[in-house]
Every structure is written in structure tokens, then in C-alpha cells.
Ligand binder design. Structure first.
Ligand SMILES: [Zn+2]
Length: 213
């Protein structure tokens, strides 16, 4: 007897499970210096999106999906900082309070963690860092971690929309991952007014899906 086409096709529920399993959540830089109002590079209202981010983390974990947290993690002296020739106030120096995760962030102990900027590089993207002097770029462990788990799609949330979230999402697209960012799970620095809109436009242009969680 010939099987009908529908016998061979995966059921819708199986497809949903499959697509969810292939999706990782990347939580970008939810650290004291960016999210706590006492932080040295506090992003206005950043703490207001943390409950939404926690909901995403909880959903991902209950579905058995990979969660990767990134942390800006700088040495005390780096050309990334204004005092050493860069543009930023000192922030997220490794092993200081500013670099720690924000106290209300749900940090899953069995998750993966990617630290960026540890060797004095600029580290906006969770996938790669750039030597500010030579301009050379090198990969973090992010892509290896995702590929090892068969990830094909990434949800990107965190701080800040116009820097590390944007660069992480653009880098994910460049490396062939379907990529989604969530407006209610990120906040922007807005050094110049309108930077947030420009960042969203750049992400859409690159094929990133922008929506609410
Ligand atoms: Zn930094």
C-alpha cells in the first residue's frame, strides 16, 4: 500500500519542537555597569527589561534549549577605555562588581558563558573581538558552542541595542544563523539621539527579525 504524503511528513508539533531545539538564547551583557543605576556605563531604564529577559531564559530552559550569556570583561588598562585612548568610561573590569551579572538576572548555572575583551580588545559582538590597534578580528567561543549543539537560530536579548546586541545579531547573520531580536528585551545607549532606530534599521537590513517577545 502506498503511504500517503502526510504519513512521512513530520507532525506540526514535531516541527515546532525541532525548531525550538535548534534555537539558542544569547543573553548579552546584563552586567552591573550597564544595568544597575550605580554602574559606570548605566543604560537608562535597562533594569526594566530584565524581567522580560528572565522570562525568555525560563522558557528556553524549560524547553531544554541552550542559553549562552556574554560578559564584557576588560583588563584595567585597554585602548577600549577613554583614559587609555578609547571612547568609553572604565567599565566591566574583570572580577569587579561592575562586571558581575545584574543581581536580578536569572543566571542558569548549567549555561554557557562567553567573555569578550579579556585581552584588551574591543568586544561588541558576542562572536568576535577586535584589536583596536591592528583592527584584526578574532573569534570568541560563541560560534563553536552553538555549532556543537546544532543551533541554527538565535534569539538575542540584552544590553545595549545599539552596540553589543546589534553587533552580536549582525555577526550571527553573517555566520548564517537565523536571528531574532526582541524590542522589549533590550535597551539602547543612545549616545546620539536616534542611535536606537539606526541600530534597528541596520539589523532589519541584514535580515534580522525584530519583534516583541
Ligand atoms: Zn566594553
Amino acid at each position: 500500500m502506498r503511504k500517503s504524503k502526510s504519513d512521512d511528513a513530520p507532525k506540526f508539533s514535531e516541527l515546532v519542537t525541532l525548531s525550538k531545539q535548534n534555537t539558542a538564547l544569547i543573553v548579552v551583557d546584563v552586567q552591573n555597569d550597564f544595568v544597575d543605576s550605580c554602574g559606570s556605563l548605566y543604560v537608562q531604564d535597562a533594569e526594566s527589561v530584565v524581567p522580560n529577559i528572565n522570562r525568555m531564559i525560563s522558557d528556553a530552559r524549560s524547553e531544554g534549549r541552550l542559553v549562552v550569556y556574554t560578559q564584557d570583561w576588560h583588563p584595567e588598562v585597554t585602548p577600549h577605555f577613554a583614559k587609555d585612548g578609547g571612547i568609553w568610561p572604565v567599565h566591566c573590569v574583570g572580577d569587579t562588581w561592575g562586571a558581575e551579572f545584574y543581581r536580578e538576572l536569572a543566571v542558569a548555572p548549567d549555561a554557557d558563558f562567553v567573555r569578550k575583551g579579556t585581552g584588551g580588545e574591543d568586544g561588541y559582538s558576542g562572536f568576535s573581538v577586535r584589536d583596536p590597534q591592528t583592527g584584526n578580528s578574532s573569534d570568541t567561543a560563541m560560534e563553536r558552542i552553538l555549532r556543537a549543539r546544532g543551533v541554527e537560530r538565535v534569539d538575542v536579548v540584552g544590553i545595549a541595542t545599539d552596540y553589543c546586541v546589534k553587533e552580536t545579531a549582525l555577526d550571527a547573520r553573517k555566520r548564517g544563523f537565523s536571528t531574532v531580536v526582541y524590542c522589549n528585551c533590550m535597551k539602547s545607549v543612545d549616545l546620539e539621539p536616534g542611535d536606537s532606530d539606526l541600530a534597528i534599521d541596520a539589523m532589519i537590513e541584514a535580515g534580522v527579525e525584530v519583534r516583541d517577545a
